[in-house]
Design a protein around this ligand. Structure first.
Ligand code: B1M
Length: 214
């Protein structure tokens, strides 16, 4: 891996957004292709940090600054791609369920998905089943991502699924669940394909769901 790309990966992992921006500029100036900067610099950097996070060796503050550092590089590259679709792996409609005002985790999931090639339509927090359904009908995403942080609001998730079914659009999407009280078992019991317990795993799980969808 050329020096520039190693520096970019390490700077993302260390959350150094200034160094990321500066080195991305230098790499572009040296003629390195934007897709190589993305695939061999920025993404390995965030993946390395994501692995540390999953292993319990990095924590939320590090994750937040690294995601921001990654974004500062991605923002420089995006205009250089002839089509944004080169970066795009899939489309996600994302929100925190009705009655629930917690959105810090959902926002992290959004940033991680965006940094990893997903177009995310963020419906915000306190999102009703009808709003999930109408956004799904209008946007036709590949994945509907639902976050819930309260044991009282996770019980609303079946209502979201039922509303998607009644609207005839449940079979056209994969559903991804997350949030502190949610478990894989809960998702399985509702016949929901996707579950992730943190924002790094959410990207892996979205990638898996995209493969499932064919
Ligand atoms: Co509240 N809150 N809160 N709170 N709050 C908790 C969740 C609680 C565990 C605190 C406690 O009692 N120990 C408790 C819930 C208990 C329960 O239901 N079992 C609780 C409570 C009770 C409440 C209120 C009811 C308090 C009250 O008013 N009496 C109230 C409810 C308001 C409402 O929602 N209607 C309330 C309010 C609030 C604030 C508004 C003050 C604030 C939220 C601010 C905001 O989000 N904008 C808040 C906060 C900050 C917390 C704690 C302290 C932190 C939550 C957080 O942001 N964690 C929390 C206690 C705790 O967790 N230690 C607590 C960091 C965040 C990055 O993690 O959200 O888990 P998390 O997201 C992770 C994963 O879960 C996963 O990835 C993220 C990143 O790795 N993930 C997904 C999340 N969504 C995902 C979606 C995916 C995939 C993965 O795919 C779609």
């Amino acid at each position: 891996m050329p020096d520039y790309l190693i520096t970019i990966a390490e700077a993302v992992q260390n959350g150094d957004d200034k160094l990321v921006g500066q080195t991305v500029d230098e790499a572009l100036g040296a003629g390195i292709a934007p897709k190589d900067i993305l695939n061999q610099g920025l993404i390995p950097g965030i993946q390395a940090l994501g692995q540390l996070f999953k292993d319990g060796q990095a924590y939320l503050p590090e994750m937040l600054v690294s995601v921001r550092a990654m974004k500062s590089g991605v923002d420089k590259l995006n205009p250089l791609f002839a089509s944004k679709d080169i970066l795009k792996k899939g489309t996600v409609v994302l929100g925190t369920v009705a009655g629930d005002l917690h959105d810090i985790g959902k926002n992290l999931v959004k940033m991680m998905l965006e940094c990893n090639g997903y177009e995310v339509h963020d419906l915000g927090r306190d999102v009703s089943a009808d709003t999930f359904a109408s956004a799904t009908r209008d946007i036709t995403p590949d994945i509907v991502g639902i976050s819930a942080l309260l044991s009282t609001t996770m019980t609303y998730i079946p209502e979201v699924v039922r509303t998607l079914e009644e609207a005839g659009i449940r079979s056209k999407v994969k559903v991804l669940l997350g949030g502190a009280p949610i478990t894989r078992q809960f998702a399985d019991e509702l016949g929901i394909e996707g579950y992730a317990d943190d924002c790094a795993s959410a990207v892996d799980e979205a990638d898996r769901l995209m493969k499932l969808a064919g």
